[in-house]
Write a protein that binds this ligand. Structure first.
Ligand code: ZN
Length: 136
């Protein structure tokens, strides 16, 4: 089982780690460890030939699956398509989804779950350049 480590945090940030993704197995949710309020992020892996053991649907949250390694198939309701390292799949609310690893190496992915339609400003419509001494 994976263990999430809290590495450091401050008033305005939290920094956690699920560890080395090359040896990561299973599923790990990180929202509780980071204190995130806008989305849930999970890391997942599937060994060769394995699928998530159930289909599921969300009422309010869309999901964005980011495939980090491996390849396989993704199913949304009755649509099936190929996925591979670098694929990003957005899945809307109220539909069934699942993914399966078909590559000889395990599939690793991140799933970001956030309330559908909640994104307002983003990138430079939400951000502003600030003056700060660079300490890096
Ligand atoms: Zn989900």
């Amino acid at each position: 089982m994976n263990e999430i480590k809290v590495l450091n945090s401050g008033k305005k940030f939290s920094h956690v780690s699920v560890g080395n993704l090359h040896v990561f197995e299973g599923k790990q949710f990180v929202k509780d460890a980071t204190g995130a309020t806008s989305c849930e992020i999970s890391f997942g892996t599937l060994p060769t030939g394995a699928a998530v053991p159930f289909f599921h649907s969300h009422k309010e949250n869309e999901e964005n699956y980011i495939i980090l390694s491996g390849a396989g198939k993704f199913q949304v309701d009755d649509d099936v398509f190929d996925i591979e390292e670098g694929s990003v799949v957005r899945v809307a609310t109220n539909c069934d989804r699942n993914l399966k690893c078909t590559s000889t190496s395990p599939m690793a992915y991140i799933c970001i779950q956030a309330k559908e339609g909640s994104l307002g400003g983003y990138t430079m419509t939400d951000a502003e350049i600030t003056e700060r001494q660079n300490m890096l």
